[in-house]
Design a protein around this ligand. Structure first.
Ligand SMILES: Cc1cc2nc3c(=O)[nH]c(=O)nc-3n(C[C@H](O)[C@H](O)[C@H](O)COP(=O)(O)OP(=O)(O)OC[C@H]3O[C@@H](n4cnc5c(N)ncnc54)[C@H](O)[C@@H]3O)c2cc1C
Ligand code: FES
Length: 503
């Protein structure tokens, strides 16, 4: 895919340890039963399940399957989502909170079943999942979470002290019978089972226009009975989910470690620390660790949190050298449950978003629900996930305005300390600057070449911010991400940032 500057944003541990098939771009116009925009875990699993139901499907992927948010995650397969069940019970009631847990457990098992059924070597490894605390003020929440999770029928128990980490903890929730896997090998392996009998997987094919029964890409048009938006956040204005779920970025590191913990871990408090392991083909065990969340395009926090995570990993796990660093994003839904199903009772897109960094199990659940809905079946999990449950109109404008203000604030603070012309920009540095009265996002590479694009996000006009780790421009408002060339990496934007002449 286009990466004209050698930017490191596709250099992740998972992408580099998977040898995956490639798929052709769409060429011309075709017709299928269900068109699926997006080839992450949601899109590819939906396609597989629909094909099993006798449907002809087309996965339309703008870049490479499995390598975007799914391929940048820590890839824990678990129903243990931090402190969530007490929140869900409070917001949705006990029965719906139970449905959430049941769905996640089923989603985790479905991944294993599909891997076995299709012979996918996805490195699935059974592993307990822990959320722990060393902060007195979280202990009662941990205790309550165990009590609620047990009542909901989940495999939870309370632990203290030694949970296999290099340090003792005050309290921990342990879920048994969970697992971890290789997300790129899994999604790409599953995608390889789809082409044939009237079904397709297309890479390098970006959806640029859509209707409930038609997707126009930069390489042709797909007509279908239904369109699934499996693009992490629905594109453009569909369902206005950007007004009901906000983006959070997180640093992720991968490094060989010599103290190997026997589980998957995450703490409840900040700074955030999440860790799992993976045995590399070179024989070494690597940690894949994630840190504290921050607003995308906020370079100061990004650098602070990535350094803090490096210190934590190195000190506690005899880790090093840090071989991979990247930033990933997910959307936090405003009422704690993802939005899955029809985007509205009238416009007829099938959507899945708001996974709050738990979209491996939730994404598989989403695929199961969407496959049912697209084939006219009912799905009782909709009782908690129903994507029409909140009317987006009320409050949406305020949400957008508020975010736009935050973005403007962030960028203007950033501007005041940064160069004001291309000449003042040091090699290896980036800045938002005014050029001929326009906001320009500029990066000067180590060879002195300036890469300049419009700093105005093509989704709804917020100013993008710099991501120094991946060398991308990320939008704080709704999480769109762009390469240095302006090419879209992540929606809801679908149009590139306009390029600028640099003299
Ligand atoms: C730091 C971090 C760690 C995480 N760790 C875990 C974890 O351990 N366990 C867990 O359960 N979850 C985890 N998650 C969450 C999980 O990774 C995501 O929720 C999930 O992968 C989202 O899957 P998806 O299919 O919706 O998105 P994606 O994988 O991003 O797939 C969407 C696809 O749509 C494509 N696309 C976008 N726009 C277009 C367009 N216009 N045309 C065509 N294609 C398009 C994209 O290129 C992309 O490939 C983590 C998240 C973060 C941020
Ligand atoms: S992602 Fe919505 S304005 Fe940038």
């Amino acid at each position: 895919m286009p990466d004209v500057t050698g930017a490191p944003q596709n250099r992740t541990y998972w992408n580099e340890t998977a040898s995956v098939p490639s798929f052709p771009a769409l060429a011309g116009d075709i017709e299928v039963d269900v068109a699926i925009i997006g080839g992450g875990i949601v899109g590819v699993t939906t396609a597989r399940l629909l094909k099993d139901m006798g449907q002809r499907v087309a996965v339309i992927e703008a870049r490479r399957v499995g390598q975007q948010v799914t391929g940048k995650s820590t890839a824990k397969m678990t129903s243990q989502h931090g402190i969530i069940y007490q929140t869900l019970e409070q917001k949705f009631g006990e029965d719906r909170a139970r449905l959430y847990g049941e769905a996640q457990e089923r989603g985790v098992r479905r991944i294993s079943e599909l891997a076995v059924q299709w012979g996918i070597k996805a490195d699935i490894e059974p592993m307990p999942a822990y959320t722990y605390t060393n902060d007195e003020s979280y202990v009662s929440q941990i205790e309550k979470e165990v009590e609620v999770a047990q009542r909901l029928g989940l495999p939870a128990r309370l632990e203290h002290g030694d949970i296999g980490l290099p340090y003792n903890v005050l309290a921990a929730i342990r879920f048994d019978s969970q697992a971890q896997f290789h997300p790129v090998r899994y999604v790409a392996g599953l995608a390889a089972t789809i082409p044939g009998e009237g079904s397709h997987v297309f890479e390098g094919s970006r959806a640029i226009e859509w209707e409930p029964t038609r997707v126009v890409t930069d390489h042709g048009t797909v007509t279908a009975r239904h369109v699934v938006m499996a693009t992490h956040l629905p594109l453009g204005q569909v369902g206005m989910y950007y007004a009901m779920a906000y983006p959070q970025a997180e640093p992720v590191l991968a490094a060989p470690i010599r103290r190997v913990p026997p589980g998957m871990y995450k703490n409840a408090e900040k700074p955030g620390h999440s860790i799992r392991t993976h045995r590399h083909e070179n024989g070494q065990v690597y940690a894949i660790a994630a840190g504290t969340t921050f607003k995308p395009g906020h370079p100061d926090e990004e650098q602070d949190y990535i350094q803090e995570l490096e210190r934590w990993l190195t000190k506690n796990f005899e880790a090093g050298p840090i071989e991979y660093r990247w930033i990933n994003e997910d959307y936090t839904p405003m009422d704690s449950a993802p939005f899955i199903g029809w985007s509205s009772k009238s416009d007829g897109y099938l959507v899945a978003t708001g996974f709050d960094a738990w979209g491996i199990s939730n994404g598989t659940v989403a695929a199961m629900i969407i496959a049912d809905l697209a084939t006219g079946r009912e799905n009782r999990w909709l009782d908690i996930f129903d994507a029409t449950r909140v009317k987006p109109i009320a409050g949406a404008k305020e949400f957008v305005v508020e975010n736009a203000e935050v973005a403007a604030h962030l960028v203007s603070g950033y501007l005041s300390r940064k160069p004001k012309s291309y000449d003042e920009l040091e090699p290896g540095h980036a800045a938002i600057m005014k050029v001929d009265g326009e906001n320009v996002a500029a990066f000067k590479d180590e060879g002195g070449v300036v890469h300049a694009v419009s700093a105005v996000c093509t989704h709804m006009g917020c100013l993008v911010g710099w991501n120094a780790t991946d060398r991308t421009w990320d939008c704080p408002c709704h999480g769109s991400r762009f390469e240095l060339s302006g090419e879209v990496i992540h929606g809801p934007a679908t149009q590139p940032l306009g390029s600028k002449v640099t003299g």
